[in-house]
Design a protein around this ligand. Structure first.
Ligand code: C2E
Ligand code: MG
Ligand code: MG
Ligand code: MG
Length: 293
């Protein structure tokens, strides 16, 4: 147990902090190897139409199963990658993997199944300000035969509003490719209405912190209602994150949000299992977890 200098807060070095330090070292030493040796993978979480429960897209979520540390939380190793100059390498790999998989689904599934279906990829603030990011995205789309409309890039509120000229230029470049921009974890940052208006954003993703308890918390209800009104006034699309209950889903529909993701519909899945979810688009039947058996 150590005492933080100059404060009253006692800092306890927990097992979690120790793991964090191990992860930091492991990321620095092994992330590039992990990318090459296949211990890094991606999972895809279906994003569904709340009324039909039919998927309209998937969010790509990176996974790392370290040989000795076991599964490492993405928030942990993505953060370390950002702090150690590896965010670009990691992000390029995830983007390539997502686009490759999207192209595979389109090639293997019946014609039309992928129409209007988009793949979302999270990007780090570091990627957004990299000088060559727009051309990286353009080249990746071209390599796999995707159009800009197939792709949604999720950026955090902070990255978008940091008033960085480079970020702004990148966002305009991405929009010119037809790529949609979503603000992730919306409501947890500090964007102003003026900034929202000034940036070329298409979609707000309502942070799961407001959604998890939506059926029961009056505060969350008020916050989510405001975010939905805001999106309507600015002509933005909405995706609610973290829908775990039928109450939350029903409340969202009632408030005017049509699209969501969450454990109620599906956990993030390996690529093979997403194909079953995609097939429900052609049959028009609501997809449930059972269908992926
Ligand atoms: P995010 O982009 O907001 O992703 C949504 C997170 O919520 C995912 O956690 C997902 O598994 C989780 N989630 C989905 N539905 C539910 C639900 O109903 N209940 C609860 N409690 N959680 C739900 P995950 O996969 O652990 O990712 C955490 C964060 O790590 C992501 O948050 C994102 O910020 C970051 N991340 C993941 N993959 C990447 C990546 O490839 N690049 C970058 N830059 N960041 C990534
Ligand atoms: Mg996201
Ligand atoms: Mg989010
Ligand atoms: Mg998040």
């Amino acid at each position: 147990v150590a005492k933080k200098r100059g404060g009253n807060n006692v800092v306890v070095f927990t097992a979690e902090m120790e793991k964090r330090e191990q992860v930091r070292v492991a990321v620095e030493m092994n992330l590039l190897t992990a990318i090459r040796d296949g211990s890094l993978t991606v999972a895809y979480q279906p994003i569904v139409d709340l009324r039909t429960r039919i998927p309209v897209g998937v969010e790509t979520l990176v996974r790392w199963n370290h040989p000795t540390l076991g599964p490492v939380a993405p928030e942990l190793f993505v953060g370390v990658a950002e702090a150690t100059n590896l965010a670009g390498e990691l992000g390029d790999w995830v983007l390539g993997e997502a686009c490759r998989q999207f192209a595979t689904w389109r090639a293997e599934l019946p014609a039309g199944v992928m129409d209007g279906f988009a793949i979302s990829v999270n990007i780090s603030p570091v990627q957004l300000i990299a000088i060559d990011f727009v051309s990286t995205v353009a080249n990746t789309l071209e390599r796999y035969g995707l159009s800009g409309r197939d792709l949604i890039l999720e950026v955090t509120e902070h990255a978008v509003v940091s008033d960085d000229a480079a970020a702004r230029t990148t966002l305009h470049g991405l929009r010119a490719l037809g790529v949609a921009i979503a603000i992730d974890d919306f409501g947890t940052g500090y964007s102003s209405l003026a900034q929202l208006k000034a940036f070329p954003v298409n979609t707000l993703k309502i942070d799961r912190g407001f959604v998890l308890d939506l059926g029961h918390s009056l505060d969350d209800h008020a916050i989510v209602r405001s975010i939905i009104k805001l999106a309507e006034s600015f002509g933005l699309d909405l995706i609610a994150e973290g829908v775990e209950s039928e109450e939350a889903a029903a409340t969202l529909v009632e408030l005017g949000c049509r699209v969501a993701q969450g454990y109620l519909f599906s956990r993030p899945l390996p690529a093979e299992k997403v194909a079953a979810a995609l097939l429900s688009r052609s049959s028009g039947t609501a997809w449930t977890r059972r269908a992926t058996g």
